[in-house]
Ligand binder design. Structure first.
Ligand SMILES: Nc1ncnc2c1ncn2[C@@H]1O[C@H](COP(=O)(O)OP(=O)(O)OP(=O)(O)O)[C@@H](O)[C@H]1O
Ligand SMILES: [Mg+2]
Length: 473
């Protein structure tokens, strides 16, 4: 009674707890004598509590595991045990006083296993659902491009491609720098695809388009009921979705200063705190950032945090603007011709030399994306088999006149043009042969040329079977 006084629990309250009707509880002392037998047990053992108390546990429950717990001092949780032909789940644990075992408690968790089995079943179903959603998320957030989709063989592009391929396997952050339309997004996908994280998500965050007030909930997520208007289920943030994968911070140079601090913290700590959650969560991610801005300049002018810049700029890869890799224009134009032909079910199969000349003279402020768009427009307009200058936008036709009459813009060298057309034609031929598995009749049909022309070109470009196999690139 002294102990009870010390606990300040009135004895009748304690009694009510021990004897509550929802729990079957048995307490024995170190001699195995029943000291407490809650009334919930009465119908199960067909003995009244007052009859049970004072008797040895084995007399009342012959199979009880409680004497063993007193003996070993070790608890047993979740044991199933048979009672009148029905299984029940029991937790048993020793009670100690001053390091000495003075007895043991047995508590029945489920009088009826049915409830337990139903719960287990439900959990199994939920686990399946989670697995299904994980697969779906992986599908939604997988990388869509690999290095095979990066077209071009200029030294500058190759340099970038080689570096990216080599660094894909490392865990370091990578900063992709390049003007709009130079392939930063393609590169980010390809790096993820070539890394050991390829089977996990690739999550793109457009730093230029997240409203400040939503930044934290978008990136770090929130728990159910974190704020009014929050989803009931809570929402995972982008970082959480990127767990074990790659997070691609696109247009990172546009991120407002206030948010840069928050981003830096996550990159340093590698943990997030979802709004409304009491605990931070460790996240394993790789960062790829991209910008078309001169970030160093932004740092100097105070628009970009120096510490964040250093954190992102561990390795930087510069993607060349198209005007600096003009030798790639023919092969890129040829690539888009092939790709768009298929998509648009067009029968256009060639690009007139004049068009290629204009392409080579043009400045391409929109880079590869602009080339892709121009090709798409031309294919849509072209009724015949060859793209002609008339299928190009106004501004392009002016390039031709300008460069022809006044010699401004990069001058078109006849040799270069010849080479370019040569290259484009050869690449188209190779692509057609590859896609038809070397079948010349089919390749000729694909290119919309006569078989004899095809033979002539194969000879002209010295194409050998080995060139069309997969051994080449
Ligand atoms: N080397 C390349 N080979 C094939 N396609 C390319 C290449 N570079 C860019 N592209 C294509 O050009 C388009 C623009 O590329 P991407 O979206 O990667 O550019 P970006 O650098 O992210 O541009 P922005 O800064 O405007 O977002 C895409 O359709 C992409 O597939
Ligand atoms: Mg982009």
């Amino acid at each position: 009674m002294e102990t009870l006084n010390y606990l300040r629990i009135p004895p009748e309250l304690l009694q009510a707890v021990l004897d509550n009707p929802f729990e079957g509880m048995v307490i024995i002392d170190d001699q195995g004598i029943i000291r407490h037998f809650s009334r919930a047990n009465e119908p199960l053992y067909q003995i009244t509590a007052s009859e049970a108390v004072g008797r040895h546990i084995r007399d009342v429950i012959p199979t009880s595991g409680l004497p063993e717990v007193v003996h070993s001092g070790k608890p047993h949780f979740g044991d199933t045990f048979d009672m009148n032909g029905r299984k029940v789940i029991v937790n048993r644990y020793p009670i100690k006083l001053g390091g000495k075992i003075i007895g043991a408690v047995g508590k029945m968790i489920f009088h009826d296993l049915k409830a337990f089995i139903a719960l287990k079943h439900k959990i199994g179903e939920l686990e399946n659902t989670v697995r299904r959603y994980e697969l779906e998320i992986r599908e939604i957030y997988r990388a869509r491009y690999s290095f095979a989709d990066v077209i071009g063989k200029s030294a500058k592009l190759n340099h970038a491609k080689d570096a990216a391929e080599r660094l894909a396997a490392s865990a370091s952050p990578i900063l992709l720098i390049g003007e709009s339309g130079t392939g930063k997004e393609i590169f980010a996908h390809a790096i993820h695809q070539a890394s050991s994280r390829r089977n996990h998500s690739f999550i793109r965050v457009n730093c230029a388009s997240i409203p400040s007030e939503l930044f934290e909930s978008e990136l770090f997520g929130y728990k159910a009921g974190a704020f009014t208007g929050a989803l009931k289920s809570g929402k995972p943030g982008k970082f959480e979705l990127a767990h074990r994968g790659t997070i691609f911070l696109d247009e990172v140079g546009e991120l407002p200063l206030g948010l840069q601090a928050k981003l830096l913290r996550v990159l340093q700590e590698k943990e997030i705190e979802p709004l409304g959650s009491p605990r931070p969560k460790m996240i394993d991610f790789r960062v790829i950032a991209a910008t078309n801005r001169d970030l160093e300049e932004r740092v100097r002018t105070g628009y970009f945090r120096r510490d964040l810049f250093y954190r992102l700029n561990v390795i930087s890869i510069q993607l060349p603007p198209l005007r600096e890799i003009k030798e790639d224009i023919p092969v890129l134009a040829g690539h888009f011709l092939m790709k768009l032909r298929r998509r648009m079910s067009s029968s256009v199969s060639a690009i007139a030399p004049e068009v290629m000349a204009i392409f080579l003279a043009y400045d391409w402020p929109g880079n590869v994306r602009e080339l892709e768009n121009v090709m798409e427009r031309a294919l849509a307009l072209c009724q015949d088999s060859t793209i002609l200058p008339e299928h190009l936008p106004e501004s392009f036709v002016r390039v031709r006149t300008d460069s022809a009459s006044e010699g401004i813009k990069p001058k078109l060298n006849d040799d270069l043009l010849h080479l370019a057309v040569h290259d484009a034609e050869r690449d188209q031929l190779l692509e057609a042969l590859r896609r038809t598995g070397g079948n010349k009749t089919e390749a000729a049909a694909l290119l919309n040329i006569h078989r004899t022309t095809l033979y002539f070109r194969i000879k002209k470009y010295g194409i050998k079977p080995v060139n069309i196999g997969r051994t080449g690139e």
